[in-house]
Design a protein around this ligand. Structure first.
Ligand code: NDP
Length: 304
């Protein structure tokens, strides 16, 4: 069993001696990542089914932003089979990696690297993660009704592309400030999505025509803390709406506001689990025990 809490660094890779088939999550900060717990729980179950997985382990690395260009070849030399990238590396890696999947192209960000002969190829499993989590929480596809997406950063990008690809008739994107909002709407247009399907707005100026019972998805950082104020009040929305919150770990003001309005609410932990499950599936080619991953992630979160 790997020492899940141990934080490795770039220096450790210079003379890497650890045995086994290795995977890792790479970020900075990294001490709070739930990924080692959920992946190692899944690997233990896979190993019980198939001895080929007995030497697989999933580690954690703190790699500062500026060290990523040196770290990627070092991971390859050390024999790593796959990597998950988290803050602050997802966008930078997109520019460093020559082979990017079609899924990740319009996102400009990768969260999963797969070993190739020469280095790593990159893809992004966040969109898959949110789509599966929304389906599990509300019993409907992410593209089935109009979506009101809150936020225009990296997570919002993955949600937007996934919803539009799944057939969402109209995607409303609200953001606190105009810069990232404009970048996202332009990216979606450049990716070939019809501009009539995408409507951007600022939280300070909610537009006429905003649907009353949409699928709302919070992809802002607001809600990470229990006392974060709501950037958009939910007064406009009716009890037939559903709210998927990509944040998790705090009973936040979104959860409280949804409860007050009888709006179905689900937090972002299952999104984390499904994106991780998809990464593990890509690395192993095996059917992955998603429920085991979810309970390991919940246990690790409770112990935090
Ligand atoms: P980014 O930094 O790329 O984007 C942050 C977004 O949040 C921007 O739209 C920003 O608006 C907005 N924002 C930040 N603070 C506030 C605030 N106080 N009020 C209103 N809006 C605010 O971050 P990410 O996209 O990477 O992450 C966003 C969230 O998604 C995080 O909470 C993260 O935990 C979650 N996430 C969850 C995942 C999961 O698996 N469950 C996976 C990835 C992310 P502006 O442009 O105006 O600054």
């Amino acid at each position: 069993m790997a020492d899940e809490a141990r934080i490795h660094t770039l220096e450790d890779l210079t003379d890497w001696q650890e045995p086994g088939t290795l995977l890792a999550v790479v970020g900075d900060p990294i001490e709070h990542s739930l990924s080692p717990a959920m992946h190692n729980a899944a690997l233990a179950e896979l190993a019980a089914r198939d001895p080929a997985f007995r030497d697989w382990r999933y580690l954690r690395f703190r790699i500062p932003a500026d060290d990523l260009p040196a770290a990627l070849p070092a991971f390859h030399r050390a024999g790593f089979r796959g990597l998950n990238l988290t803050l602050p590396h997802k966008v930078r890696a997109f520019d460093l990696i020559p082979e990017i999947s079609e899924t990740a192209q319009p996102l400009g960000a990768v969260n999963t690297l797969l070993r190739t002969a020469a280095g790593f190829s990159g893809t992004n499993t966040d969109g898959y993660g949110v789509a599966r989590a929304v389906e599990a929480a509300f019993g409907r596809s992410i593209g089935e009704r109009e979506v009101v997406l809150l936020g225009a950063g990296g997570a919002a990008r993955a949600v937007a592309v996934e919803a539009l690809r799944a057939g969402c008739r109209r995607l409303w994107i609200g953001n606190r400030s105009p810069r990232r909002l404009g970048e996202l709407t332009r990216t979606l247009e450049a990716a070939g999505f019809e501009s009539e399907r995408v409507c951007g707005f600022l939280f300070a100026e909610p537009p006429r025509g905003l649907p009353v019972e949409p699928l709302l998805i919070n992809a802002t950082s607001s809600g990470l803390k229990a006392d974060d104020p709501l950037p958009l009040p939910l007064d406009h929305f009716g009890s037939g709406a559903a709210f998927y919150d990509t944040t998790y770990g705090a009973r936040n003001a979104w959860a409280v506001a949804c409860r007050e309005r009888s709006i179905a609410y689900a937090d972002g932990l299952p999104m984390l689990v499904w994106q991780g499950a998809r990464s593990l599936e890509l690395w192993t080619g095996a059917e992955v025990p998603v429920k085991t991953m979810e309970s390991a992630a919940r246990d690790a979160l409770a112990a935090r």
